[in-house]
Design a protein around this ligand. Structure first.
Ligand code: C2G
Length: 130
């Protein structure tokens, strides 16, 4: 089974590893769409800390990840699912319900987020230490 997931994966942390490992357990081939810098600015109103090239390289280096690409737009999700012939779409439950429309082309699963960590919290903790 081919699994696809999406994310920014900025300031890579244990919550990211956990969802990617859980996604891989759903099948045998994991494809990850890494949000472009421009998409991150439009979603979060700020540029990511790490560039899209670096974030792509970090995610690609994980042994649970088989293939990566840059996610240019949230609106292309259906197209990405078809292009990469994904059987299952996995997302964290902060996106719960948001991608249910794709259940006509693949199975859609939401996993609980890892508690107590987020890129925003890490950035703010580092700022406090500086
Ligand atoms: N995540 C998690 N636990 C955390 C933090 C993140 O399980 N503590 C999951 C999110 O739910 C998401 C993935 O890790 O499934 C990537 O998180 P982000 O980098 O924050 O991705 P996001 O900016 O939400 O982009 O098309 C969808 C977007 O590209 C998702």
């Amino acid at each position: 089974m081919r699994v696809i997931t999406f994310g920014t994966f900025d300031v890579f942390h244990i919550g990211h590893v956990n969802i990617l490992e859980r996604a891989k357990e759903m099948g045998n081939y994991l494809i990850v769409g890494v949000s472009s810098d421009a998409l991150n600015i439009s979603k979060k109103g700020r540029p990511p800390i790490y560039s899209q090239e670096d974030r792509l390289k970090i995610v690609e280096s994980l042994h649970c990840v088989d293939e990566v690409f840059i996610e240019e737009s949230l609106d292309l999700k259906g197209q990405y699912i078809n292009t990469y012939e994904a059987d299952i779409l996995v997302m964290g439950d902060d996106w719960k319900g948001k991608f249910d429309q794709f259940s006509s082309i693949c199975s859609v699963k939401y996993f609980p987020r890892t508690e107590g960590i987020s890129t925003t919290e890490v950035i703010s903790q580092v700022k406090d230490l500086a």
